[in-house]
Design a protein around this ligand. Structure first.
Ligand code: SAH
Length: 512
């Protein structure tokens, strides 16, 4: 590989058919290391979140009709960026060499004497078809498949695709870019000798939460597509394997498929919930209802860190993952680390808080059965806190119950304010509009402050949310939602992202 100052390097990456989880490990690593990324319309946008914040992102996408960049412009940009010594990623939907013009881009780099790496991707022609429960080959049913472009007019004598021969030579035919020419394609295959009743299907937006399948015999597929309003991107599959769809698709069914689910946690915390939702087929819609603003009094923090270092605290009680995060930031800034806790026991309000501690090398000594401030207080009271010193690093305006109860029981509590959880100043208007239009199937709340702040973001008008399923991470959040007039249909069995998604899935599957 070239050293700095010399020519750069280009990675031609196949991003997979749509689900961001279908990019390869190698592709992801190259993407994270990129200084400039030229991405296509069909590459999953979620992957761009993996890029370094300072990476330059260039939309080379070609919308049907209008083109953002011509192929020549793309080739020239790749060459120029690499010549400037940069690490360049060319991110393409599916596989770069399956109707992706990756070969042409590589030719341009070869002509310029530049180096490149190809990272193959899952092509929609196989992976997208698979997502619909249709295997492209199947023992005893299909021993061959072909991937064909539907872009050309099949009635033109100069057409490159030999439809008449393909019609009978191959068991499974997968046609890409064919939505606009379904009549001509079906006719050409039937005229070539393919039986008109051959099972066929269109898979629209395969592997994404919006995936749809339209099935019909070959001679009716164009009509069925019109009726269903099929728009690109879609795959046409022709062959006996399509008949397996009815039997196999139910196994692959994901109860949250097609659901748009609002995620209200902070941007920093949203990704684990978003990923878990996506794994169930849902489309996470991010509306961070809280932003964490540092609000620490340096003197109080310094004194608490000193007391912790001296082993003065019997207990440190964390009532949120945000508090763990903020407290550790401050400890690190003060030159300390997890060893500061050596003389104290640690209480965590719930599983998520315990996980945040674990990520920093600490396991909680106490986890109450009820994930709330009162729950922590009661659990500590059971162990006896009279005369004990307790440190409670918390949010401004946090529920005072924990501290009050402990003090009543004779503990000496140092409450240190670390941050303020407030609604963001600039919520995305398109998400607010979607909420108001009732286009969101479910709303998740992961803390009572997300409930209060979403209400603030919506100008106090929660009417728009009444049609949505309300899902809460724990009893305290559920209480806050009910008080706000949004009694939850779904409450997680314990306070964790996985339990929240499992509860939502259970509800959607009709088990709730
Ligand atoms: N290199 C890509 C294909 C690019 S051509 C690959 O390997 O998948 C673009 C065509 O691919 C679209 O017109 C459509 O037919 C198909 N396609 C790509 N992604 C798709 C998806 N998620 N769902 C359905 N069709 C898709």
């Amino acid at each position: 590989m070239s050293a700095r100052g010399e020519a750069g390097h280009v990675w031609l990456i196949g991003a997979g058919p749509g689900d961001p989880g279908l990019v390869t490990q190698g592709g992801l690593e190259a993407l994270r290391g990129a200084e400039v990324v030229l991405y296509d319309r069909l590459a999953p946008v979620e992957l761009l979140a993996e890029c370094a914040p300072e990476a330059e992102l260039i939309n080379a996408g070609k919308a049907p009709g209008g083109s953002a960049m011509t192929q020549d412009e793309i080739n020239a940009a790749l060459v120029a960026q690499a010549r400037a010594g940069r690490r360049v990623v060319r991110l393409k939907g599916g596989d770069p060499f399956v109707f992706g013009r990756g070969g042409e881009e590589l030719e341009a780099l070869a002509d310029a004497g530049l180096e490149a790496t190809v990272v193959p991707g899952v092509t929609s022609a196989i992976g997208g078809v698979a997502a619909a429960g249709i295997p492209v080959t199947h023992r005893g049913v299909a021993a061959s498949f072909a991937v064909v472009t539907g872009h050309e007019d099949p009635t033109k004598p100069a057409a490159q695709v030999r439809w008449a021969e393909l019609a009978t030579a191959v068991d499974t035919l997968v046609v890409l870019m064919g939505v606009g020419r379904l009549d001509g394609i079906a006719r050409a295959l039937i005229e070539g000798g393919r039986p008109p009743r051959t099972p066929s299907a269109l898979i629209v937006e395969a592997t994404t939460p919006r995936q749809r399948v339209v099935e019909a015999p070959l001679d009716c597929i164009a009509e069925a597509a019109r009726e269903a309003g099929v728009q690109p991107p879609a795959l046409l599959v022709v062959g006996e394997v399509v008949a397996l769809h009815d039997r196999l698709a139910p196994v692959l069914r994901r109860p949250l498929a097609g659901w748009r689910v609002l995620v209200t946690r902070t941007r920093r915390q949203a990704s684990s919930l978003a990923e878990a939702l996506r794994a169930e087929g849902a489309e996470p819609v991010l509306l961070p209802a809280i932003e964490i603003a540092r609000r620490a009094d340096p003197e109080a923090v310094r004194a608490a860190i000193e007391a912790l270092r001296a082993g003065d605290y019997d207990w440190v009680a964390f009532t949120s993952g945000n508090a763990v995060e903020a407290w550790f930031d401050l400890v690190r800034e003060a030159g300390g680390d997890a060893r500061l806790f050596a003389g104290s026991s640690i209480a965590a309000v719930g599983v998520a808080t315990a996980r945040a501690l674990e990520a920093r090398g600490l396991s909680a000594d106490l986890l109450p059965s009820r994930a709330s401030g009162t729950g922590v207080a009661d659990a500590l009271l059971e162990r006896g806190v009279e005369g004990a010193r307790v440190l409670a690093p918390r949010a401004e305006r946090a529920d005072p119950a924990l501290v009050e109860r402990l003090r009543e029981a004779g503990a000496s509590v140092d409450e240190v304010t670390l941050y303020l959880a407030a609604p963001p100043a600039d919520p995305p208007p398109e998400v607010l509009a979607a909420l108001r239009a009732g286009e969101i199937e479910a709303v998740t709340f992961t803390s009572s402050s997300t409930v209060r702040n979403l209400a603030t973001l919506l100008g106090g008008d929660l009417e728009a949310l009444r049609g949505a399923i309300i899902a809460c991470i724990g009893p305290q959040t559920a209480e806050a939602a009910s008080e706000a007039g949004l009694p939850p249909q779904v409450v997680a069995s314990h306070a964790s992202v996985d339990a929240l998604v499992a509860a939502l899935r259970g509800y959607a599957a009709g088990e709730a």
